[in-house]
Structures are given as C-alpha cells and as structure tokens.
Design a protein around this ligand. Structure first.
Ligand code: AHR
Length: 611
C-alpha cells in the first residue's frame, strides 16, 4: 500500500479552529454525581416533588422507628424549593451514637485522608439541641471526621457552615447528622463539597483534567434530550439553575429519569467552558419535548427566555441579567457565539415555525451568534436560514467506517455541518471497544477531510458513572466516586487533539487489496514555540497487518525527523475494552520513529489506529 501526502501549499487548507470539542449532557450521572463535585444527593429533600409526604431518597435514618420519625413538610425558608425535612427524635434515652439521618451520596462519598470538606446546611430546632455531623463509612462504624453544632432553640432557620477534615480514606462514605436529645428539628439544603475543586469552581479535578487533555475547542451543553425532556414541564429551564444554589428548585430530568439539584446549572456550564478554554455552545429548548410541543403562536415567552439567557451570558454587568451573572462572581461576559435551536426536533409539527421565531429574534439582538438548526443539510439545502446544521449518527462499526466519505458530496454552499453527536453503538460498541474507536477514528478522518464544510464535531455521550444501573453504552469517560478511565474512544480522540486549527493536506491511498479498509489523513501545525509538526493518521480496519509506504512531498516547514514518534492504538482483540482494573488495556503506545523521512515504510498492526 502506498500513502501519498501532498503538502503543496496550493492544496493546503486550514481546519476550523473549533473543529473538535466535547458534548456534555446531564445523563449517566455525568453532572449530578459526576463532574459536579457535590457529595450530597437530593440536598434539598426536593427529589420527590413538592407534595408531602415526599420521597427523600437516598436519605435514610440512623436509629429505628421507635427512636426517630422523619417526614417532609413545606416549611422551608426557601420559597422556590419549599420542602424541608422534619425530624422528630422520640427517644428519652437515645443510643450512645445518637439517632438522626444520613446521606450516602451518589453510591458513596469519596472521603480522602487529610482533605477538607465544606459543609453547609440550614437547620431549625424548637429546643436548643446539640448535633453531631460526621463523615463515616457506609455502615457508620468508621468515623472519618466529625463536628459538633449547637442549634439554639429559636424556631428560626439558621445557616450552619463548617469544615470537616478527614482522618482516613473511605471511598463509599456517608454524611450523617445525629443527636441524642428528644425534640423536633428541620433540615434543608444540606451540602458537602470537597474544598479542592477545579479552580474552586465546583468541578471534580480528575474529570476536568481528562477533558483538558483532549484540548476541546467547544463545549456543547446541557444536552441532548435532557434539554427537551420527555415532557416540557421537565425540560431544562436555565433561570431555575442560576443564582444561589440553595434557592434552585432542582428538577426531574425525565429523559434520563433522575433528579438533579441543578448545582451544575447554566452559569456553571459557562464557567466550565471558560475553564476548558472551549467555546460555549448553548443548546436551548425550542418549545419541544418528546411528548408535547408549544404552538408557534404561543412561543413568545420561550423567545424572551432565550434572549434573557443570552443577556445573562453576554450582557454588561449592569444589564438586568448580566447583573445576576456578575453577582454570581463573573463580572466579565461569557463569549457565547453559538446557540442551537433545540435538539433533534426537526420534523416536529411546530419546529420550523418556532425555529424561525427564535432565529430572527436572536439574529436581530446578537447578529454574531451562529445559529444551529436541527435539520440535516448534508443531502440538500435547508428550507430555512441557518449558520450550521446538526448531524447526529449512531451506527454499527462497519457503517460508521463506511461513512468516512459521507460529507464528500454534501453541499459546499449554505450552512456548515455540526456533527454534534456521533458514536458507534450497540453490539460493536460493548462498553467501549477498540472496534468502535477505530470506526469513529475513520469517521473523524472523513470530517477532517471535509472540514471546509464540517465546522465542528463531538462524540456522544461523554461521561458515565459506573455505579448507575441503566447505562448508555458506550461513553467516553467512565468513573465512580474516586476512579476514572478513558474508553478507547477517549484515546482515539486524544490523537486528534492537534487537528483543530491545523493545516490539512490531501492524502491518496493506492492499493491492490486493502485500500478499502484504510482511512488516512495528514495535518501540519506549529506549537507555541513555532516548531512545526506533521501528523499522518491511519486507521487499519482489517484483521491483517498492512505494510504502507508513506511519501510526502511539498512540505514547506522543516520537520525535525529526529523527534519523530509513532503512536499506536490497538489491542490483541478488537473487542477489547478498558476497565477500572485495567484502564490502559487499550491505550495509545508511543515510541520513537527511527526511519522518519520524506519516504518511509510503516507497518500497521491489525485493527489499529496509527499516528
Ligand atoms: O447522546 C445520547 C442521546 O442521543 C442524546 O440525548 C440525544 O440527542 C440523542 O438521541
């Protein structure tokens, strides 16, 4: 097989600076119980809804029915989330360890020796009472940290703030609040955050660092169908996710069927984009859910809501909504330059009508914002104006591999493509196989080639908490309370991390036999020290070794061949996956390329991605 890289300047083309990014959706506990570091689940006792009695899951009692009685009532000091927990201590002679309540977090809390945890809670008591707040093992026996709090019996809500410093490590700890005194108390908005989060912004350090390593140029958020909701009443409403965390009502995301306290809200998504150095892409609800729609004649309040969201992000600190952002600690605007009008809503009865209303209103107020339509424009022109169109694909490995050429024939005029969700799924994908990553790599190579009209692309979904029962497979990053690993799709994406903004050079594969199971591309770029690099990426999708002669002509910059490396992503079995016990089973292996030259021989391992 020969692979010719033509690096002549007249054929070179700049790839968009924003080509590759990440798509965060609140699914698989990626946010609440994931990258958002809050350790208490259902911190406001709101998850069962506003009616009483309400479900306080996963809170449980310390003690038994004869010593303690808990129920929800509507006496909270927070008007938007009115439910609080009423706890009645029944025992005169309470057990030595006290009775009370505990929260196991999201399948346990990761408490680490020497680390500090910030506790905030709101409490009210009829009588002056002594409370013990502690971090313990899941059975309550091992005490890792503890503070004593005297609550004055004033029948008035008080805010308690304490630091708990752990003396020991336990990955599945719980937070418990106990007392030995008979009486009645109320609790609300109980939060426990590790003191050490990314830049102090509330994100789990280890998971942010995985994202940073991908060098994402954009962050699409907050969904996916999380934006739509099964029903509009459960859709993501940005206004309810901003401001003081204690006052956020939270909501039940009925697309992925779990409650979120919305600690990770609209502001935090914008903050995360900034922290990643990624352009924010705000996917807002277009007046559509899976089961209901807003008629275009009634869409005006939704439009006002979206314009408000843009003012929140971009407005001056003295504007109505910009001042709310500034009060949250971000005086400078967030540079929102992209907004998607809905998610997967094309074809719904009122989508087109609603779309046009959103489009014109936003265009008038923010002419520089690139607007994204849900309708696929890859096979023909759209019947409405748009800057970009969404393209989603979930397919088996063979199909996705064959889609390497999908955009070759897409219209070169009109809106550009935003491949905002792509992945191999179902049988070929397992929980993240090498096979899936190879097909995805070939598909991405096709997007690089067509990056004159493909502006952006991101894989879906991004995160999954391994402890949840029902998982979407596969995901890019798998985690539990304290561990994480990248699936082969993660490592594959890492090998594309220099592509955004690089220079693309055409490649030609000539072969008598294996040409159809190879996909290749070549880019050059400069690092911050102005050193030039050439990267040739080749997917070998077949089960045999392939010998390739790579020849490059027309290179302008001098490449230091002594620094050349070859990185290979492969494994002994194409269905191999990573796991917590073997996180690098399928991970790139880098070595020096001794024969680097304008013409060189390279051996491609069976089922491999070589770069
Ligand atoms: O990525 C998972 C889901 O797939 C998204 O929520 C939705 O947009 C798509 O159908």
């Amino acid at each position: 097989v020969t692979l010719k890289v033509d690096a002549s300047p007249n054929l070179a083309r700049k790839i968009p600076d924003v080509l590759l990014g990440v798509f965060f959706e609140e699914m698989g506990r990626g946010g609440a119980g994931g990258i958002w570091a809050e350790l208490v689940s259902n911190r406001g006792f709101e998850a069962g809804g506003p009616n009483t009695p309400s479900n306080i899951d996963p809170w449980l009692i310390v003690g038994d029915d004869s010593s303690i009685f808990v129920e929800t009532d509507r006496t909270s000091c927070f008007s938007q989330n009115i439910i609080s927990l009423r706890m009645e201590v029944l025992c005169n002679d309470c057990p030595a360890g006290g009775v009370g309540i505990y929260n196991p977090g999201f399948w346990g809390m990761n408490i680490e020796d020497g680390k500090t945890y910030n506790l905030v809670m709101y409490v009210k008591s009829l009588k002056t009472t002594c409370l013990t707040v502690s971090l313990t093992s899941s059975d309550g026996l091992q005490k890792l940290a503890s503070v004593t709090i005297i609550v004055a019996g004033k029948s008035k809500w008080i805010k308690v703030e304490k630091k708990l410093v752990a003396k020991g490590t336990n990955r599945t700890s719980r937070l418990q609040i106990t007392t030995k005194k008979k009486g009645v108390l109320w609790f609300d908005q109980v939060s426990l955050m590790p003191a050490d989060t990314y830049k102090g912004h509330g994100f789990r350090n280890d998971l942010v660092s995985m994202l940073l390593d991908l060098k994402p140029r954009f962050l699409r958020f907050p969904g996916g169908c999380f934006v739509q909701g099964g029903w509009l009443r459960n859709a993501f409403r940005w206004t309810e996710t901003i401001g003081p965390w204690e006052e956020r009502p939270g909501h039940f995301g009925d697309c992925w069927n779990y409650w979120t306290d919305d600690g990770l809200g609209y502001f935090e998504f914008l903050q995360l984009s900034e922290d990643l150095g990624a352009a924010p892409i705000w996917v807002f609800n277009s007046g559509n859910s899976y089961n209901d729609e807003v008629n275009t004649t009634a869409i005006a309040p939704f439009i006002k809501d979206v314009l408000d969201s843009l003012e929140f992000a971009r407005g001056c600190a003295n504007s109505t909504w910009g001042s709310v952002r500034a009060a949250m600690g971000h005086h400078e605007p967030f540079p929102v330059k992209y907004a998607a009008i809905g998610n997967e809503d094309c074809g719904k009865k009122f989508y087109n009508g609603n779309y046009l209303k959103f489009y014109h209103a936003i265009r008038e107020a923010y002419p520089d914002i690139q607007l994204i339509s849900n309708c696929d424009g890859s096979t023909g022109p759209l019947d409405h104006p748009a800057d970009l169109y969404d393209f989603h694909v979930y397919a088996d490995a063979k199909t996705l591999f064959s889609m390497t050429n999908t955009f070759d024939k897409a219209p070169r005029t009109g809106p550009k493509a935003f491949v905002s969700e792509y992945a191999v799924w179902k049988t070929d994908a397992g929980r993240g196989t090498l096979l899936a990553s190879l097909a995805e790599a070939a598909f991405l190579i096709g997007l690089e080639k067509n990056s004159d009209i493909v502006e952006m692309a991101c894989h879906a979904p991004l995160f999954v908490n391994d402890d949840i029962e029902k998982k979407w497979n596969p995901d890019v990053i798998v985690f539990n309370t304290w561990q994480h690993y990248g699936t082969p799709s993660y490592w594959m994406q890492k090998l594309f991390r220099e592509s955004s903004g690089a220079i693309f050079h055409p490649t030609t594969i000539s072969s008598c036999s294996s040409g159809n199971s190879l996909a290749a591309s070549a880019i050059t770029w400069q690092d911050s020290e102005k050193r030039s690099f050439l990267r040739v990426k080749i997917v070998n999708f077949e089960s045999d070794v392939v010998f390739v002669t790579i020849s490059t002509n027309g290179l302008q910059a001098s490449i230091d061949v002594r620094q050349s490396t070859v990185t290979v992503l492969t494994s002994s079995n194409v269905m191999d996956e990573n796991s917590f016990s073997n996180p690098n089973k399928v991970a790139p292996v880098k070595s020096q390329l001794f024969n680097a030259a304008a013409q060189m021989e390279v051996t491609l391992a069976p089922h491999s991605f070589t770069s």
